[in-house]
Every structure is written in structure tokens, then in C-alpha cells.
Design a protein around this ligand. Structure first.
Ligand SMILES: Nc1nc2c(c(=O)[nH]1)N[C@H]1C(S)=C(S)[C@@H](COP(=O)(O)O)O[C@H]1N2
Ligand SMILES: [Mo]
Length: 337
């Protein structure tokens, strides 16, 4: 039997789950079989349990890209302007230790995610844009300059990695879409494939997963759309075929397996914000001095090492991005939550 060990910072989920969600959940539990209950036992972004890579995951197996039609595009040239003064995380770890709740709330969803259907894959670009369009992923890949960048990734759960992403700067997509001046935010939406995403059965979550950025954030040079990792196409568990990467924000902003990008006037309610706004807000900028309500953010566990290192303001990108927030009031806007 699967027993989930409770970490020191985890409260019983009844203490943190919004009332409505808790009720729906109880209702669900009355109908659900024991098996599915165990699968979906996490009500909040929870575990930081660092499992060893699964025994079956020999090097590269978990990131096999043999059947991906974009495989021939990689590796792409590394842009040396984006480096990290820390070792790159082992590929086998970064591709087997994942958060992707559509496939369940454990970290070991990589083999379940391998069933994600990656073609045909269309990205719908819409909302307040000059050029609304549905674009097949391989056509999109042909229209943007692909490059590799090494970024830090800091999860709100206080662990971190260093990842070599392949992809393109989000600003290139903005050029394709030509947002209208009325657009104030970009909203991203993850695919829903209920037959393979068993996590979608957890009906108390506000699916589909959505995330958002201000237009200014989206236009920033660090905002990146990843299509590959470690010189190969993204494996499904890391958000194939297209995922956002916003390195100065907590990892949950970096939404995976995107099928829709909409330019909107109102600030979108994001997935984790809808679940627990006091714990996972819209801005979610990394700040070691602003603790999560249930744990400190002062330091982070560097995955793949035994190190615990101090967390950096804006995850080490303060020089580049602090200016984005200069005009905003950190108290009323909760920029770091
Ligand atoms: N659609 C979707 N995107 C998601 C998540 C998710 O559950 N669903 N988890 C987020 C979280 S909490 C983190 S830390 C990162 C993890 O990315 P990685 O598995 O590629 O390291 O993905 C983010 N993107
Ligand atoms: Mo995360």
C-alpha cells in the first residue's frame, strides 16, 4: 500500500484546501475506488520527496525522442549569453523528477506521461491579436529561431535544478501574433487528453491548467518557450511539445504542453491561484525573504547534490528583471507569492 509521508511543512489538506474544493473532493471520495484515491492523494503542491531515478530509467530512456518528428532539429546552438554558475542537473534526474499534475500528483509521472499524444499538435493563438491563428507545432518550429539556454529552475517547493532548454524567445511568438494595444496579459493553457492524463479525473482541480504573464513580462528577453531539453525534443513529462519557461518565477508558472495562447485584457486566474491564492499567486517571483505560508523560501535543495544553497532574489535574475516591477507596490500586489 502506498503511504505518503507528510513533510514538516505540509498541513493536513483540510487545513489548506479551499472550502469548495474540499467539499467536491469529499463527494468524489464517496464514489471513488480506493485505487484512484491513492493516486490523487495530494490536495496541494506537496511533495518534495526526492526519489531516486526509477530503476527502469537507464540513461536517456526517460527522454527518448526516437518517434518525435522534430528530433532532427536538435541539438540547436547554445546562446552563451545565458549561463548559470552551477553544474547542469543530470539529465536522467531532470526527466524523471517532475511536477505535471495532469498525470498525477507524484514526482514520478514520467512513464505515465509517455502516453501523451504529441502529433497532431496545434497551438491556437487568439484573443486581442492582429493575427489569430491555429498553427501546427512543426510549422511554428520552422518559423522561429531555435537556440539553447541554460537557466535555473526554482520550484516553490524549495528545490532547484539547472536545465539546458532548447526553444525560442517568447517575444518571437508575440511578433507572429501581433497583439493589439488592448492586450494586457498573455494566458497559456495546457492540453487536456483525458484518456492518458489520469490526473484530470481529480475533479476538484480547476482544469485546464492555465498560467499568465503581463505583456511586459512576456516581452522580456528571458521569457522563453522551450521545445527541447538536453539537446533533444522535450519529453512529455517535461511539457512536450511546447512549454513556457520563466526562470525568475517559481516553477509552477512554467506551464507545460501548451495548446492555447490568448491575449487578454483581464488578468487571468491561474491554476494554482484558483486552488490556494494565499500560497501560489499570480506573480510568484522568487524571493528568499518572503516565505511561503507553510515553509521558508530562504534556501533550496539543489537536486542531484547534497547541497542546500541560499535562494536568490528573482532566482538570480534580479539585474535583468527587477525593473519590470519597479512601478508596482510589493504589498498590495504580492509580487513574491
Ligand atoms: N500543465 C502543467 N504545467 C506545469 C505543472 C503542472 O502540474 N501542469 N507543474 C509546474 C511545476 S510546479 C514545476 S516545478 C514545473 C516542473 O517542470 P519540470 O518537470 O520540467 O522540471 O512545471 C510546471 N508546469
Ligand atoms: Mo513547482
Amino acid at each position: 500500500m502506498l503511504i505518503k509521508r507528510r513533510r514538516t511543512w505540509e498541513l493536513p489538506e483540510t487545513a489548506t484546501t479551499p472550502e469548495g474544493i474540499y467539499r467536491q473532493r469529499r463527494q468524489f471520495m464517496q464514489y471513488a475506488g480506493a485505487g484512484s484515491l491513492l493516486l490523487f492523494s495530494g490536495g496541494v503542491l506537496a511533495g518534495c520527496g526526492e526519489a531516486a531515478p526509477p530503476a527502469g530509467a537507464a540513461a536517456g530512456e526517460s527522454s527518448s525522442a526516437i518517434n518525435d518528428p522534430s528530433a532532427g532539429l536538435y541539438p540547436v546552438p547554445r546562446n552563451e549569453a545565458f549561463q548559470v554558475a552551477r553544474a547542469i542537473t543530470d539529465e536522467n534526474l531532470a526527466t524523471t523528477y517532475n511536477n505535471f499534475y495532469e498525470f498525477g500528483s507524484s514526482k514520478t509521472i514520467w512513464s505515465a506521461a509517455s502516453k501523451l499524444k504529441l502529433r497532431p499538435w496545434t497551438v491556437a493563438i487568439g484573443g486581442a491579436v492582429e493575427k489569430p491563428q491555429e498553427i501546427a507545432i512543426d510549422d511554428l518550429l520552422a518559423r522561429v529561431p531555435l537556440e539553447e539556454r541554460v537557466y535555473r529552475l526554482r520550484c516553490v517547493e524549495a528545490w532547484s535544478m539547472v536545465v539546458p532548454w532548447s526553444g525560442f524567445q517568447l517575444s518571437h511568438l508575440l511578433k507572429l501574433a501581433q497583439p493589439l494595444s488592448s492586450a494586457r496579459y498573455v494566458r497559456f493553457t495546457t492540453a487536456e487528453q483525458p484518456d492518458v492524463m489520469r490526473g484530470l479525473r481529480a475533479s476538484w482541480y480547476p482544469w485546464p491548467y492555465q498560467e499568465g504573464l503581463t505583456m511586459e513580462e512576456a516581452g522580456h528577453e528571458l521569457a522563453f518557450m522551450a521545445t527541447g531539453i538536453y539537446g533533444k525534443p522535450l519529453p512529455p513529462q517535461n511539457g512536450a511539445p511546447l512549454r513556457l519557461v520563466v526562470p525568475w518565477k517559481y516553477g509552477f508558472k512554467s506551464i507545460k504542453s501548451v495548446v492555447a495562447i490568448d491575449f487578454v485584457e483581464q488578468r487571468p486566474t491561474t491554476f494554482w491561484e484558483a486552488i490556494a491564492a494565499n500560497e501560489y499567486g499570480f506573480w510568484a517571483n522568487v524571493n528568499p525573504e518572503v516565505p511561503h505560508p507553510r515553509w521558508s523560501q530562504a534556501s533550496e535543495r539543489v537536486l542531484g547534490t547534497k547541497e542546500e544553497v541560499p535562494t536568490q532574489l528573482f532566482n538570480g535574475y534580479a539585474e535583468e528583471v527587477a525593473g519590470l516591477y519597479a512601478g508596482l507596490d510589493a504589498q498590495s500586489e504580492r509580487l513574491f507569492m
